[in-house]
Ligand binder design. Structure first.
Ligand code: FUL
Length: 742
């Protein structure tokens, strides 16, 4: 014993002098008048709880919106639906789990009850549940079957239980909180381990017209008692909603955020003890762009580790609708969301709604598989592997090359107090990369406030990209660079940063079609290009998907007919780009404007108004022409006399973007292009402040003969009274002029 004591003592003292201990708490109270340096130091020592760490490490989870709405083809049910409607024909929870596992997802959260109140499990507290449905003679249990399939496959399992209940008669009274706790108790005691409980904040009226005052603290303590390791998400203390359902989180995403204490006495009583359930409830605006930077935290009454979850659906709706089978997000879109969620310090909860059969639709399953293989292609290879890593300094026991090891127990930290350290990587040779993956060891909290990546250019470092927060995971995308020496610089941090992992990746090769698509009169030149001239590009013109056997692109194409181009590029590694599509439509007529549209919105081509396609209402997509404070006067030449059977012009309504419908549209015609007669005027009958449509067609049903046509749309010119921009120039956007001619 004696022999060991001294070296052990020495080792412990070296360790404590050079490397700080891990923070213990996931919240901290701030005293009135506390100095900002002290608050920032405190923020740097807020770390996730054990259950938050386990949750964060899942990275990618599945939401399964399934229930009465699946069968009524709705998003929100009324609560009056007949349980007999719930009758999946081929329900198979194992198929859901397989799809999730193949996609790399680590947990499935089921909507055990949505707002319509219909329960997907064998509950004893209401008849409005699977017991009353013909499915499996009322013996079926979606929650039970899915829980079992998850357990068998080592998949984590969570429940969404809507507090808002449009069916339950006791809703709006104290009894409802008992009912809700009873339901929670069933879910948390009958189905094995529950890893997440997801509450949304909707609190509408119940069947009796009353709103409920939810007893959140009782809900939380029920969960803590019955499933102590489960995270409570969104309307709960462990996981925060990112604030949008688009799939896109914040570039600056802090997991340490100000928290409004709901009970100050409890906060101070607890402040030196274990936190916190029941002390904090979600409050305040968690949707702002900046939640946790210095200027926010120095005004905070308390700080808490409250990480962000990005929830988004793979389809437009949360529930399955057959009409959306072709609108499943593409692997490319999902990858973009991946960079904007997991790549920005959030967990991605992707909703994949099972269909009426009780299966995940083939289209969703196929896309998820492809999404996984694309991620594997990008992230499985670390181009920094084998690099010689050096650091500005290293704390005892943390080797700089630890950052190349994915396991979280190996990490690197500079010497205590060094807040702007750097790491250099001497790669095993010249490497081309366009993505940096960086992760902090969050057991030490979240500390990096700004960092950059640089490459050595013979005599100096060139900065390739720079960003703010890191947190659990941050992925940066940039133009491909080739280098053999790379430097990662921490430019600012709240305390000594601890890095768990650094990797360099190469994404799929890029591919652009120029112009992207559009209408043309006689012919159009179309060019295809990739990141390097040496990458071959293949394309088709018959609508089929291109591969290496398709036509090879050798130079600009000159199109004389309407053509659909689909193309791919293949890089030096043999990796294919995402497929790109360009739709080129030959228009039959020419158009000229006496008041040219604004160049700000880069129309692909002015005859886009005659390409026969109605575009989606995104005015910046190149399919719309815009006029600022001016009328539109369009002259169309048909080349010869034609008989018109009707004509229409289509305009955008988007007052929030200062875009208003014309007050009227006049159609004129002529046989010689000089003297015009009026065919008719269509007056706008929609008020800007009440009309909810995204567009309006100004339609004239009249027959006349003409070669020339003039369409005059009268702009409001300035934003109307009562609008935020009243008196300022306003916009008018046109998409399509359509006519029937013989
Ligand atoms: C929202 C609900 O109203 C939606 O229907 C969906 O369940 C989404 C995840 O949460 O609050």
């Amino acid at each position: 014993m004696k022999h060991f004591f001294f070296p052990l003592f020495l080792a412990v003292s070296i360790l404590t002098s050079c490397r700080e201990s891990q923070p213990k708490r996931n919240y901290v109270a701030i005293k009135a008048g506390e100095k900002s340096e002290s608050i920032i130091a405190k923020a740097s020592r807020v770390a996730p709880s054990k259950r938050q760490v386990a949750w964060q490490e899942l990275e990618f989870t599945m939401f399964a919106h399934f229930g009465m709405n699946t069968f009524t083809n709705r998003e929100w049910g009324e609560g009056t639906e007949d349980p007999a409607l719930f009758n999946p024909s081929a329900f198979d929870a194992k198929q859901w789990v397989k799809v999730a596992a193949d996609a790399g997802m680590k947990m499935i959260i089921i909507t055990a009850k949505h707002h319509d109140g219909f329960c997907l499990w064998q509950t004893d507290f209401t008849k409005h549940c699977v017991k009353s449905s013909p499915w499996m003679d009322g013996k079926g249990d979606v929650v039970g079957a899915l829980a079992k399939a998850c357990q068998d496959a080592g998949m984590k399992f969570g429940v969404y239980l809507s507090p808002w209940d449009r069916h339950e008669q006791s809703y709006g009274t104290d009894q409802y909180n008992d009912y809700f706790v009873n339901q929670l108790t069933e879910l948390l005691t009958k189905y094995g381990t529950i890893d997440e409980v997801w509450f949304d904040g909707a609190c509408g009226e119940g069947p009796n017209g009353k709103r409920q005052v939810y007893d959140w603290l009782r809900f939380y303590s029920t969960i803590r008692k019955l499933q102590p390791n489960a995270t409570i998400a969104v309307m709960g203390p462990d996981v925060r909603w990112v604030g949008t359902e688009s799939g896109y989180g914040r570039p600056t995403e802090w997991s340490v955020v100000p928290y409004q204490a709901n009970n100050n006495e409890k906060v101070s009583a607890n402040s030196q003890q274990a936190p916190t359930d029941g002390v904090f409830i979600p409050a305040g605006d968690m949707m702002q762009q900046d939640l946790g930077s210095r200027s926010k935290i120095i005004q905070a009454p308390a700080l808490i580790w409250y990480p962000s979850e990005v929830d988004v659906s793979i389809r437009p709706g949360w529930f399955y609708h057959p009409a959306e089978d072709e609108r499943v997000k593409t692997p490319e879109k999902l990858l973009d969301i991946w960079f904007a969620s997991v790549g920005q310090n959030s967990l991605l909860l992707l909703n994949v709604p099972p269909d009426k059969r009780g299966l995940i639709h083939e289209n969703d399953a196929a896309i998820l598989k492809e999404f996984k293989s694309v991620r594997d292609m990008i992230f499985n290879e670390n181009l920094a592997d084998g690099a010689k890593v050096e650091a500005s300094s290293s704390a005892f026991g943390t080797n700089p090359s630890n950052v190349l090891d994915r396991s979280t127990d190996k990490f690197w930290m500079p010497k205590k107090g060094e807040t702007t350290p750097f790491l250099t990587f001497e790669l095993t040779g010249e490497k081309t990369f366009d993505c940096l993956e960086i992760r902090e060891n969050i057991l030490y909290g979240q500390r990096v406030e700004q960092f950059s990546i640089e490459v050595w250019k013979g005599e100096h470092w060139r900065e390739v990209s720079r960003a703010t927060t890191v947190g659990y995971s941050r992925f940066l995308r940039f133009e491909p660079v080739t280098a053999s020496k790379v430097r990662l610089r921490i430019i600012q941090s709240r305390a000594t940063p601890a890095l768990a992992f650094v990797a360099l990746h190469k994404r799929l090769p890029g591919l652009t079609i120029k112009p992207e698509s559009g209408a043309f009169l006689d012919s159009i030149k179309v060019a295809l290009s990739s990141d390097s001239d040496s990458y071959p590009i293949f394309y088709t013109t018959d609508g089929t998907n291109p591969d290496e056997k398709s036509l090879k692109f050798n130079g600009p194409l000159s199109l004389k007919q309407s053509t659909l181009i689909k193309a791919i590029a293949i890089d030096g590694r043999g990796v294919k780009s995402f497929s790109r599509t360009g739709n080129f439509v030959k228009a039959q007529f020419s158009i000229r404007f006496s008041n040219p549209p604004s160049p700000k919105y880069l129309p692909k081509n002015q005859i886009i108004l005659l390409d026969g396609r109605t575009s989606d209402p995104d005015f910046a997509n190149g399919d719309w022409l815009g006029w600022e404070g001016k009328d539109m006067i369009a002259d169309i030449d048909l080349g010869e006399m034609k008989e018109f059977k009707g004509i229409s012009a289509d305009f955008l309504n988007s007052p929030g973007s200062w875009i208003f419908l014309p007050s009227e549209v006049e159609f004129e015609f002529s046989s010689n292009g000089r003297s015009f007669e009026t065919a008719g005027r269509v007056i706008n009958d929609k008020r800007w402040d009440t009309f909810a449509g995204a567009r309006k067609e100004f339609d004239l049903t009249k027959s006349f003969k003409a070669r020339y046509l003039r369409v005059k749309a009268v702009s409001l010119k300035t934003c109307p009274a009562g609008h935020a921009g009243a008196g300022n120039p306003c916009w008018m956007f046109a998409d399509e002029i359509k006519f029937n001619v013989n």
